[in-house]
Design a binder for this molecule. Sequence first.
Ligand SMILES: Cc1ncc(COP(=O)(O)O)c(C=O)c1O
Length: 446
Amino acid sequence: MRAPYEKPTILRQAVGMMNKFGRPAAVVPLGSIDGVPVRDLLARWGSPLWVVSEGTLRRRCREMQRAFALRYPRVQLAYSYKTNYLSGVCAILHREGAWAEVVSGFEYEIARSLGVPGDRIVFNGPLKTREELATALELGSRVNVDSYDELFQIEELAEGRGRPVDIGLRVNVEVNYPPWDRFGFNYESAQAFEACKRAVASGCIRVVGLHCHVGTYVNDTRVYTTATEKLVYLAGLLQTELGIKLEYVDLGGGYASRNTLQSAWVPGEQSCPTFDEYAEAICPALLRGHWKPGDLPRLILEPGRALVDEAMSLAATVVSVKRLRNGEKGVVIDAGVNVLPTAWWYRHDVVAAQEGGTMAEDVHLYGPLCMQIDCLRQSVSLPPLRRGDALVIKNVGAYNFTQSMQFIHFRPAVVLITDGRVELLRRREDTAYVKELERVPDHLRS
Ligand SMILES: Cc1ncc(COP(=O)(O)O)c(C=O)c1O
């Protein structure tokens, strides 16, 4: 058989970083995920395919829980649903003891449908309808108030109930730039203190918690120390001035994952703080508060990406390989930015799923959308690839499934691997599913 003709081009070869066996890291394949061959997964469930590792998810959750519990006696994780609210993923984390942190009535309903008791749901976010607030307060959820308008709404609900309701207050503090001051009440301008005063004055609201979420992918742990110190100071003030005894202090989420930001020099694997480092930044600062004996507040944490990013991969198949005008190589796969929106922020780790020789080449990695913007990596070092070869994009658990959209192509199936067993978490979309909500008016029917 004659080898296919390829027009010759002169290219600079990049050997890349050697691993301990002297092979460039880019050519070391990832043939299986948790012991299941990638080829088998794609053959059975179709390509592309999201693959969740139950083992990794549980491990990350335990690691975080342990790092904080070693340093503080009352720790509670509340998993941030928006990061990835696949029911199977949430259910695993609840089995590990995590509560739910939700930011909409929709997410609240998912948590309830999974059997999460109301008092194990933290309800945050700027939009909570009157009905959603009423339900959450009735079920004893921890509602962190975002604005005066919401506070007044709660006051009305509380008056109607004839008994006081418990709330937490979302506080924003100046710790990073640009500050996340659109959520909650500002600390530095004493707005947060004033809001607590207003709540207490109503006679029907008890402030039992302070909440602060400093940002996302925060890899400078000092930010958490500063935020904790400010909350501790405010807690002291609330105690002495208003007689408020807090039941919880919630430091929100924002803990980085091992992904590499587009703008970063250092790979995320090296720059991402460990859970121990985050815990060390928060717990001692919290313990320094002037808490009365026996009154240590519960420390709530709302991790998102740090728990789930590593636990999910996207397996995909090469559709075509081509030389671009300037001689560089373009590889098109069957998964695009519509299922990997984090490709805008991260230089995702991409590896071949089969042996492909020892020479790696920097390629442009494109998705299948007929759109110029559909580029997953501007440049990534990969071994030679052919149509039909499989690739794995690692650490895609956070903010991809929830922000993915059906656009030109369907969203793929999601499977879960548990001890080598593979189960479906969500089936692949199809035309009937996508068109289910639409109607064609009678006069347009032929
Ligand atoms: C209130 C709140 N908590 C937790 C999170 C989770 O953040 P991350 O995924 O960065 O941990 C977010 C995300 O922005 C959030 O808004």
